[in-house]
Design a protein around this ligand. Structure first.
Ligand SMILES: [Cu+2]
Length: 319
């Protein structure tokens, strides 16, 4: 695939940058706009406005990736209750709190579920993606839980609110006592073998742009054409930035499948990498009613095509 051509399609109008954007923006825009931003920021601090508006504001909103904070948009993830030791079986539970500190009970289904729970160890190993149950009386979400290995885990709650359809990703860290086997893989990993399936990922992540990624599934050297819908799509891809484990937006491309449809061996996704550097990707796909998870590691290059490995992202100049 030609990264340059894709970039040409997507680069215009896409928010680039991270820390660098703030300095550039405040120097390049009229003072009145800056004053407006400041006024809105102050108002939001007091919870008095939820105005949605300008392109500039959207750009700044996009500049910080999701999944880095326990609170966002007035919603907060309560402390997570879970087993503290490897092998102890129990329950993982939590609440989503609204701006008044009350448990949220009203959600909008997204990808067929009211809430998606992701857990992954800080080194990217031991990814889990499950769907807890909501107790509507208490507003408590829970799911049976057992940790396989010790370490520090990031837990993400990914949901859409019922009242205002806000898309929110909140996260907390959970420490687990027990044996720790570090994951050694460094560098790009574009193939994985899981449950007898060989899964590969093809495409180039580009910082600040939407990048097409193609997944191919084979078994015993033969293309797998019986990929089934899972959560309303032919596969569910989660991407995390290595280092801070920021949570990326990844969308399956093409029409949503109907129940009973199958596809394969290729599935296309569009991913937005906020910066250059390394990303961990996890694909859930379904064959014969069984869900399998393949894991990959990809490097995102700067928008000018240079490697992100040794550069300071804030110096990226592709605005
Ligand atoms: Cu899910």
């Amino acid at each position: 695939m030609n990264a340059g051509a894709r970039l040409g399609l997507y680069a215009a109008g896409v928010a680039v940058a991270f820390a660098g954007a703030f300095g550039v923006a405040s120097a390049a825009v009229p003072q009145s706009v800056v004053d407006d931003w400041n006024a809105r920021a102050a108002a939001e601090d007091h919870g008095t406005t939820e105005e949605h508006g300008s392109t500039e504001e959207d750009t700044m909103t996009q500049a910080v990736p999701a999944g880095l904070s326990l609170s966002s948009g007035g919603y907060e993830l309560s402390p997570v209750t879970a087993p503290v030791t490897v092998g102890e079986s129990g329950e993982l539970s939590f609440q989503i709190l609204d701006a008044d500190g009350e448990p949220l009970r009203d959600f909008t289904a997204s990808h067929e579920k009211d809430l998606h729970l992701i857990a992954v160890r800080s080194d990217g190993a031991l990814f889990e993606h499950v769907h807890p149950e909501l107790d509507h009386e208490t507003g408590t979400w829970s799911t049976p839980w057992q940790w396989q290995e010790g370490g520090s885990y990031r837990v993400y709650a990914d949901f859409v609110t019922g009242a205002d359809d806000a898309k929110v990703t909140l996260t907390r860290t959970v420490e687990v006592h027990g044996e720790y086997k570090p994951m050694h893989s460094m560098g790009e990993q574009t193939t994985d073998e899981v449950d007898g399936f060989d899964v590969s990922i093809d495409g180039q992540l580009v910082a600040g742009a939407t990048s097409d990624l193609t997944i191919t599934v084979t078994r015993d050297g033969q293309p797998v054409t019986e990929l089934e819908p899972y959560l309303g799509a032919f596969g569910h891809l989660v991407a995390l930035r290595s280092g801070d484990l920021a949570y990326l937006h990844v969308h399956a491309m093409g029409e949503d499948p109907e129940p009973g449809d199958t596809t394969g061996p290729e599935v296309m996704f569009a991913a937005e990498a906020p910066t250059a550097g390394q990303y961990l990707l996890y694909l859930d796909f379904q064959v014969d009613g069984q869900v399998h998870t393949a894991q990959f590691t990809l490097d995102a290059v700067h928008g000018d095509g240079t490697s992100g490995a040794t550069h300071d992202d804030a110096e990226s100049s592709d605005h």
